[in-house]
Design a protein. Structure first.
Length: 616
């Protein structure tokens, strides 16, 4: 399955989870009524009246729903809220800790390779087990968290295998399903938690036998909910873990990485167990089993370690691997010179690139980060200097034009941007999106006032010459969306409802990317590219307004974010049809496709495997 099919499958799993949730609520309500009826008969020696059953059922159902709704609201911030819930600490982009720096490097390389925004990185300092999780409501706002045990135990290759596994969950649409399960299932297990609390807190007290009995009753009733919660989690999670393990090998081209990490878990005394009080609720989200459960197999959220190792690396030899596990290959950057390349993929293969990662892209990401000057990397990871890097990216080449752009922004930003512009001149178009992605974690930690000041400065820079290219416009829209995210749209719209907006984006792409053909006529190539994309949308190019309407592109992109996953696939197919209509793709077109994909939350990996130097 491709990215869009995985997203659609995750939605179907969400619907199945809702059905199972309803059945679980019904089972808990029935248990409550059974206990109420039993207590009433023991007290009065008479059968309980129907009104008591109705009251008990209504109260239990209302309590479960209220707790679930409360948790959904509490987790509205997505991945960050989940990380804070388990006491994880955010790793600063400019951390000096070697282990944390290595972790950030691995996450950044995987993000660049997949075209995903660099997730916020968290560490669970109190957890000695080897574990990790990814969480978030969408691809662009994800977080990755690892335990201190994973940081201190795993080699770089093993850590990369674990992070690649978590990126599979990000790309396959598992995260929103997992967060939704975390919130919804909290209601089902709430009665068991209250009962357990009452029994523990009242133990040893002489005057609270009644409360202990109430606690015992609640725990027994709640255990029915716990039974169903674990059953739901195990039914949803296990096959997804096999898929994520396989994707880790596909992404890194290194089965030793993920197999070695699983072998380290097998050898560790702490295993993957999580001590945090939310371990039970979050057990389905972790890389490995976070809690011990009875009736193993039926309730296990993760397959057995031996089975996971066998599937990803059938020839894994533990002793031979351990003899070499500290050896990690060194990767170095290199530069190329071609400005365009033949596009040997069909449109279906092009669409399948969304949300994909392959080993060549991971290697390429390492070369990208290696080619960025050390001083620029340092600035990208600090909140006060990450903004000037983005401004420097958009500065014009002639010095008079550059000074005109800098004249209209605050000195606190212009001075550093001026210094950085010379360092960035040698970095071509392929570095723009990675540099923005690397800057975003630091920028998100800034105050709202600082974010607004940066966005105003970026807008002033691109408007200084009273002309705005599509590249500049999309960069602005992308950075604004990441720093000041709009209200989340339900992704349910059909393309037929948004054809004018899709046609606008297609027209933008064609006008911005099309070059003059062999006869010297740009008009002919414009028409050919436009027709190629329009035919995929099911319209004629004649219905698309000519020229560029820069004022409406933001609204068009924002509306298109609400498309259902498979509808987005058609839009991406149309855009690929336009930019590759002649069988080739230019670097400017490739990077524009990636930027538009980023705004639409359709992450595209680098489309060139060679570092080029073409400016935008």
């Amino acid at each position: 399955m491709n990215f869009f099919e995985h997203q659609a499958a995750a939605r179907r799993s969400s619907r199945m989870m809702v059905l199972l949730f309803v059945l679980a609520v019904a089972a808990v309500v029935a248990s409550v009524d059974f206990v109420l009826g039993l207590v009433y008969r023991m007290s009065t020696n008479e059968p309980a009246p129907p009104s008591l059953y109705a009251l008990g059922a209504a109260a239990a159902a209302a309590l479960i729903v209220l707790v679930s709704v409360f948790n959904i609201a509490r987790l509205s911030q997505g991945g960050v809220a989940v990380a804070r819930m388990v006491g994880a600490r955010r790793v600063s982009p400019d951390t000096a800790d070697p282990a944390e720096r290595r972790l950030r490097n691995v996450v950044e390389e995987m993000a660049i390779a997949s075209g995903v925004r660099v997730p916020e990185v968290f560490v669970m300092d109190e957890e000695r087990g080897i574990n990790a999780f990814a969480a978030g409501w969408n691809v662009s706002s994800s977080v990755v968290a690892v335990t201190r045990g994973a940081l201190e135990t795993l080699t770089r290759d093993e850590l990369q295998g674990v992070i690649a596994h978590e990126f599979s969950h990000i790309l396959n649409g598992d995260m929103p399903l997992n967060v939704r399960m975390l919130a919804v299932l909290a209601g089902i297990v709430f009665l068991a938690s209250v009962g357990d609390f009452l029994m523990r807190s009242m133990r040893g007290s002489r005057d609270t036998k009644g409360l202990i009995l109430v606690g015992l009753a609640l725990f027994v009733v709640g255990y029915v909910g716990l039974f169903f919660a674990r059953l739901i989690k195990s039914s949803v999670a296990r096959q997804r873990e096999f898929l994520a393990d396989a994707s880790s090998v596909q992404f890194t081209r290194n089965p030793d990485g993920i197999a070695g990490a699983l072998d380290q878990i097998r050898a560790s005394t702490s295993g993957t167990l999580i001590a945090n009080r939310y371990a039970e609720e979050m057990s389905h989200m972790f890389f490995g089993a976070a809690v011990k459960v009875r009736l193993g197999g039926l309730f296990d959220t993760h397959p057995p370690l031996d089975e996971r190792i066998r599937r990803v690396h059938p020839r894994f030899e533990r002793e031979a691997y351990r003899a070499k596990r500290d050896v990690a290959p060194e990767q170095k950057g290199r530069r190329g010179s071609d400005l365009s390349a033949a596009w040997g993929r069909t449109l279906e293969e092009s669409v399948a690139l969304v949300g994909s990662v392959d080993p060549h892209k991971v290697d390429f990401a390492a070369r990208v980060t290696a080619a960025i000057p050390e001083r620029v990397l340092k600035d990208l990871h600090a909140p006060q200097t990450a903004g000037p890097v983005l401004i420097a990216l958009l500065l014009a080449e002639p010095e008079p034009a550059r000074e005109l752009q800098l004249r209209n922004i605050p000195p606190s930003l212009s001075g550093r941007a001026r210094e950085l512009s010379s360092l960035l001149q040698g970095l071509g178009a392929q570095f723009h999106l990675p540099l923005i992605d690397l800057a975003l974690p630091a920028l998100r930690s800034e105050t709202e006032a600082a974010k607004s000041e940066l966005l105003a400065a970026l807008e002033a820079v691109v408007n200084a010459d009273r002309r705005m290219s599509l590249h500049e416009l999309v960069v602005l829209a992308f950075v604004r969306d990441q720093l000041l995210p709009p209200a989340k749209l339900p992704e349910t719209r059909r393309l037929a409802e948004l054809l004018p907006q899709a046609a606008s984006v297609l027209s933008f792409m064609v006008h911005a990317g099309t070059r003059i053909d062999a006869t010297g006529s740009r008009e002919a190539t414009l028409r050919a590219a436009l027709q190629a994309g329009a035919s995929v949308l099911g319209i004629t190019s004649a219905t698309i307004a000519p020229g560029l309407n820069l004022h409406g592109i933001n609204a068009a992109l924002e509306a298109l974010r609400g498309l259902a996953p498979m509808e987005k696939a058609v839009l991406v197919k149309a855009l690929f049809a336009a930019v590759t209509y002649d069988g080739t793709i230019r670097l400017a077109e490739a990077e524009l496709m990636r930027l538009v994909g980023a705004v639409l939350d359709c992450p595209l990996p680098p489309l060139f495997d060679t570092l080029l130097a073409e400016p935008l």
